[in-house]
Ligand binder design. Structure first.
Ligand code: PGA
Length: 227
């Protein structure tokens, strides 16, 4: 199982150093992957690292962008692409995600591509259709390329709401997704230390993308112990 800890836009230098100090008392684990804001990536050197985004451009005159090569040189192994918060607040779409996925792969970074339905889509029974739509551009890439992607299924209505999907519903969606695209699959959306166990045993689920819980050092320490 992989656990990707998405800190989103949280922490300051002081608070992340305190977090790191607590982490250092525990052995590092390759499958527990930290995704801090860009500027804190070097502070977590030596841990498995993901960036929360990646530039769609290779490198050069793109003010404010962080290139795949720059990330790779910091030891970053994964890049989160297509998170629903970037779709919503930064209006990013599949055209942009395709370029970011290309850049990640070209730099030797594994893309973690996020998909998920809205509450309206979910409530009106259009979940599978929505997911299929978000995946479809991947198949314009050659197979050896899309095979390098990890897909994170994150129902938008479950992110940060405290209401995770039920294991039953997730099982059906995993079966659907695995049929569409044979790549590792993560689940994200209100995972916490009390509901994690019930999802861990689901067949064909390869891990989790975790937001809120990753800010709670005590919970992360128990995750490190148990994973
Ligand atoms: P959450 O966030 O665990 O706080 O619901 C998950 C995510 O946005 O990746």
């Amino acid at each position: 199982m992989r656990y990707v800890l998405n800190f989103k836009s949280n922490f300051t230098k002081e608070s992340i150093l305190a977090y790191k100090e607590a982490l250092e008392k525990h052995p590092k684990k390759d499958n527990v992957i930290f995704a801090p804001p860009f500027c804190f990536l070097p502070l977590l050197e030596g841990y498995s690292l993901a960036s929360q985004d990646i530039s769609r451009y290779q490198e050069g005159a793109y003010t404010g962008e962080v290139s795949g090569n720059a990330l790779k040189s910091l030891g970053v192994r994964y890049a989160i692409i297509g998170h629903s918060e970037r779709r919503k607040y930064l209006k990013e779409d599949e055209v942009v995600f395709a370029k970011k996925i290309e850049q990640a792969i070209a730099s030797g970074i594994t893309p973690i591509y996020c998909i998920g339905e809205t509450k309206e889509e979910h409530d009106s029974g259009r979940t599978l259709e929505a997911l299929e739509g978000q995946l479809s551009f991947l198949f314009t890439f050659p197979q050896e390329m899309w095979k390098k992607v990890i897909v994170a299924y994150e129902p938008i209505w479950a992110i940060g709401t405290g209401k995770a999907i039920t294991p039953n519903e997730l099982e059906k969606i995993i079966a659907f997704l695995k049929e569409k695209i044979e790549v590792p699959l993560l689940y994200g959306g209100s995972i916490n230390s009390s509901n994690l166990e019930q999802f861990k045993t689901l067949p064909h689920l390869d891990g989790f993308l975790i937001g809120g819980m990753s800010l709670k050092i005590e919970e992360v320490l128990s995750l490190l112990q148990e994973s």
